[in-house]
Every structure is written in structure tokens, then in C-alpha cells.
Design a protein around this ligand. Structure first.
Ligand code: AMP
Length: 147
């Protein structure tokens, strides 16, 4: 399997930019941004635009809905995860899948130094793997029964 930068470069143009939200936004605003972009996670940024945390649909479920917090009154800063697991563009896709499984997370921001380069979700990894498997099957079919 290739490295993460290979995967990032093959994401559709409208999926290249990482969608972020300020830590001062409310959880309701975060939910609306996720809905508008059809995504399940936001990178949370500090006032100086550095990565402060990550907020996902799982957090909406566990820290807002189940905890009976009012989403319009709760700041993202109070319900985000601060210890963000990141990878670099050179990380191998297999390693990212392993980290996701081990840490039970489905999103990993890609950084280079302090720069946010992209976001990889479990869906991105699955899409790439299915493509490789389909190509392998086509190749083997040609090998076994050439047309
Ligand atoms: P997810 O499965 O990605 O929706 O996230 C499950 C839980 O892990 C949530 O509490 C997230 O805030 C947290 N989480 C998701 N991605 C990361 C990450 N890259 N680093 C740290 N925590 C994360």
C-alpha cells in the first residue's frame, strides 16, 4: 500500500481542503459545518490557526447528546479531544490503518511541521484499498482467462 501523500493527491478537488472550526464556536455550529460538508470530523483551531483539537460526530453523540448538554451553549473547546493523533505525508497507509484500529479513531489529520496538509478518514483508506483490490482482480482475470 502507498503512502498518505499518494492518497491525498487522489482525493477529489472539493475534498482536498481540511475543514476547520474555531475552538470558540458552539457544538451546534460544528454540527452544521459537518452537515454542510458531509463530513464526520473537524480540526479545531486556536486563535493563531494552529491545531488545538479534533471534534467528531462521535463527540456530538457522547459528549453532547448523551451528556444532555445544550449544543447551542457548549463551546467546541469544552468537548473536543485535545491530544490529537496526526501522521505525516510520508506515513504508510498500512500504518495509518493500524493506528486507527488500535486507537479506535476514524480520522487522522496529516501535518508537516505545524502545517495542516490534509485529513485522512477510514473511508479514504477503504476507497483506496478497494481500488487496488479491483485492479488486482482484473489483472488476475486477464492472466487466467485472457480475452
Ligand atoms: P472518530 O471515530 O474519528 O469519530 O473519533 C472517536 C473519538 O476519538 C472521538 O472522541 C474523537 O474526538 C477522537 N479522535 C478522532 N480522531 C482523532 C485523532 N486523530 N486524534 C485524537 N483523537 C481523535
Amino acid at each position: 500500500m502507498p503512502t498518505i501523500d499518494h492518497l491525498l493527491s487522489r482525493k477529489p478537488a472539493d475534498r482536498q481542503r481540511v475543514v476547520t472550526i474555531s475552538k470558540n464556536a458552539t457544538a451546534l455550529e460544528a454540527a452544521r459545518v459537518m452537515n454542510d460538508h458531509h463530513i464526520g470530523a473537524l480540526v479545531v483551531t486556536d486563535d493563531d490557526h494552529t491545531v488545538a483539537g479534533i471534534f467528531t460526530e462521535r463527540d456530538l453523540l457522547t459528549r453532547i447528546v448523551s451528556a444532555q448538554r445544550a449544543p447551542e451553549k457548549t463551546r467546541v473547546a469544552d468537548v473536543m479531544t485535545t491530544n490529537v493523533v496526526v501522521c505525516s505525508p510520508e506515513t504508510r497507509c498500512d500504518d495509518v490503518r493500524h493506528i486507527m484500529r488500535e486507537k479506535r479513531i476514524r480520522h487522522i489529520p496529516v501535518t508537516e511541521g505545524r502545517r495542516l496538509m490534509g485529513m485522512i478518514s477510514i473511508g479514504d483508506l477503504n476507497t483506496a484499498e478497494v481500488k487496488v483490490l479491483a485492479e488486482t482482480i482484473t489483472y488476475l482475470e486477464q492472466f487466467v482467462a485472457p480475452s
